[in-house]
Design a protein around this ligand. Structure first.
Ligand code: 2RA
Length: 349
């Protein structure tokens, strides 16, 4: 029989994208049950062209479920993923609760699909959207050249901070549009007043060198996620990784400027060949024709887009790249759906 799927957090920003993706991809699931907080129970959402009523999160909600995809805050996953497992489901979790647990694989199907089968806790973690927005391209280059160091700067879209992030950017854009703001220190900050939303500084007409929470020695949680998750996914626990994470006034699609150093000498032609052939990657790299990925061209698409490929001027073993990926699709919902498909294939033998 076809395995039964539960989507936990079906009404959220990523949950909604996930329902769209489940409706577009091969129909491998039996029942698709939608689960959310009691507040959202009773709402009707469309998946696979049919209206499905949302049920409240409870132990019974997992009765008969084979695979449960979670997109909820860390503390909700921490509490409820083990409940779903105890009811017999394999959990694919998109929170940060389990990503670095050594007994939980952190899976990107194009890079380390084989790790999904070994899951002592019955849970598979989905990486953070910033890591996911670049790692498929880096995994392909690593397989050929052997990665030895990574230095990245992110340009993160506001939807990474959820619906509140999107609402904040839209409100601030309305406040500054048609004005002369952005020309004297603090004028934008005064204009947006106390409507900073989830961001520590104005995001309209601005860039903000901060995402996540403050960690030791001035690092942000987002920067440490990029470091720790890249190491785990690539199976390189000692890889030197430095990230600077920056929020930009883009609705959806994270971008990253990447300096990647390898064990072996690289060429642009070689890197182009690898990237053009890599599943899940689109090479868009012809600067003479103005061709390179930008978030507003990439949003709503599935692949990781790569352009501006250059060999470092001072290091024949290093490449510079610009990478864009939709943070709600491959960065979250699509990767979750792909992991679910791996598990479903395994369950069906
Ligand atoms: C962000 N990566 O963009 C986070 C969301 N998981 O804020």
């Amino acid at each position: 029989r076809k395995p039964h799927l539960a989507v936990v957090g079906a009404t959220g920003a990523v949950g909604s994208v996930l329902l769209g993706i489940l409706s577009e991809r091969a129909d491998i699931w039996g029942e698709i049950r939608l689960i959310a907080s009691p507040r959202s129970a009773g709402r009707k959402l469309t998946v696979r062209g049919e209206e499905v009523e949302v049920v409240a999160l409870s132990e019974e909600a997992f009765d008969g479920i084979d695979v449960a995809m979670f997109d909820v805050p860390d503390e909700v996953s921490a509490q409820w993923a083990p409940v779903a497992v105890s009811k017999g489901a394999v959990v694919v979790d998109n929170s940060g609760a389990f990503r670095m647990d050594p007994d939980v694989p952190l899976v990107v199907p194009e890079v380390n699909a084989h790790t999904a089968r070994v899951r002592p806790r019955g849970i598979i973690a989905n990486p953070n959207c910033t890591t996911l927005s670049m790692i498929v391209a880096l995994g392909a280059l690593h397989a050929e050249y052997g990665l030895s160091e990574l230095i990245v700067s992110s340009y993160q879209a506001v939807s990474g901070a959820g619906k509140a992030g999107i609402d904040t950017l839209r409100a601030q854009l309305s406040a500054v549009s048609g004005t002369e703001l952005g020309t004297t220190p603090g004028d934008v900050r005064r204009a947006v007043g106390d409507t900073l939303g989830p961001f520590p500084a104005p995001i309209a007409l601005n860039v903000v060198p901060w995402a996540g929470s403050l960690q030791e020695d001035g690092w942000s949680s987002e920067e440490l996620k990029v470091r720790n998750e890249s190491r785990k996914i690539l199976g390189l626990p000692d890889l030197p990784v430095t990230a600077t994470c920056v929020r930009v006034p883009v609705i959806t699609t994270h971008s990253l400027a990447v300096h990647a150093r390898f064990e072996n000498e690289v060429t642009v032609a070689g890197a182009h060949e690898i990237l053009a052939a890599a599943p899940g990657v689109v090479l868009s790299d012809d600067p003479a024709e103005g061709e390179y990925p930008t978030p507003s061209d990439v949003v709503g698409t599935d692949p990781t887009w790569v352009g501006r490929v250059r060999r470092s001027l001072d290091d024949p073993r290093a490449l510079e790249l610009f990478v864009c990926g939709d943070n709600l699709r491959k960065g979250a919902a699509l990767n979750t759906a792909q992991i679910g498909e791996l598990v479903a294939a395994e369950l069906r033998g």
